[in-house]
Design a protein around this ligand. Sequence first.
Ligand code: KIV
Ligand code: ZN
Length: 519
Amino acid sequence: MMERIEIFDTTLRDGEQSPGATMTPSEKLRVARALDDLGVDVVEAGFPISSPDDFLAVRKVARELRRPTVAALARTTSGDVLRAAEALEEAARPRIHTFIATSPIHLAQKLKISENECVDRAANAVTEARRYVDDVEFSAEDATRTPLEFLMKVVSAAVEAGATVINLPDTVGYAYPDEIRRMVTTLRKAIPELRDVTLSIHCHDDLGLATANTLAALEAGVRQVECTVNGIGERAGNTALEEVVMALLVRQDLSNLRTRVQTNRIYPTSQLLSRVTGIYPQPNKAIVGKNAFAHEAGIHQDGMLKERTTYEIMDPQVVGVPRSRLVLGKHSGHHALEARYKDLGHELTKEDLERAYRLFKLLADQKKAILDEDLLAILHHGAFKEVPRHFRLEGLEVTCGGKWSTARVAIRTDDGPPRSATARGDGPIAAAFTALTELVGKDIEMEDMTIRTMTPGSDSVGEVFLQVRVGDRSFSGTAASTDVVDAVVRACLHALSKGQRAVEMEAQALDTAGELWGV
Ligand code: KIV
Ligand code: ZN
């Protein structure tokens, strides 16, 4: 008989710990909605004590998502647990996820506590969390480098204290599948009470074994899988959601385990996440990479033409890769646009469609053929109602000529008249940055920048992701335009607006410190 396993998605928490993947609360909410549509069972929305923005993100997600469980992370301290409980106050299905490291190296070097202290902290945090919510997950961080005997002790204490889920992380991506199997089997045998809780696995991909280890844990009896879209996460990342879901589906002959994931939402969700974070999976990434369904060799193409299954183990459409690349143009109407968006997996509201249509018309004036990628860029960069941006571009004029390049940049802010500045620099981007520095009165240093062309051709839309340092902080921004200098300046203003917002949020947090931090 078929058995459903739980998909615990931690894209918004562990995934966000990928370098450069930081998301604003509204970006997290957008991804959370996509995860809801994808059909995951649990959305881990953040680590509320870590920053005011993360607290707000968890609160927003908890307020809006009704079907999935919403989880918030907490260390085993009262402050963390309380903060997680506050962020989850309005959740339909709240879960506090508390964790402490259990391996000898973490106990001795990081926490500097004894094994007994570790057991006490774990049990106390679970007991405390249970006062706020009925659903409490306990994770033994670095479980795979923890002697099994001690792991049993901590896990038993957490279960006794009321944990409803026990999670076993391979925090540093160190384990082999056989070791994972042994760990799960041993614990299940030694602790009969585990029958009444959900046993969970959480793997990292440092040795490229995260999916294999997750499947091994499922074979041994875990029934919750922690994973992220595109496998983003700390260092080499976490188990990729799409890999586990599709492995179970494609190899139905090997197991009776299934998920509730709507597989045709996998690719659109992966694309949305990439656009929001600016991190695209490598081209050969399983399931969601650009080349995952591309057949280059002649022999393969010949086979595919004769019979698709000669070289394809899954139909790309099953994971939501659009069947065709339809071309729209200047004369395409609302209906054609709406239908194409639907095919691409996006049902737009009337308002969003109207906004998308206006941008589509503007783009069609600059570019003959509008391809799917252009439509997705429109959707991401303009069609949705965004958080109000503090800095907006009013005008940009540049001349290029090596170090004699100039830029005149005009911006508007919410709280003043439009202003402009002109500057010279080595290339138009350097000149524009100098002008922006003058306009905002702060040094802006470019830390990283990627420009992607959305489609082939010299009239392609360029999508820019950049990271800038303002003072001692880094912010990321993104924008798209047929003119890449324009896109770079807009992306920089996006980053500066995020910076402005962070400053306002922190001021607010200080104003209400008592209420917000419980001191
Ligand atoms: O990798 C890890 O150990 C974690 C825990 C907080 C679950 O992410
Ligand atoms: Zn992790």
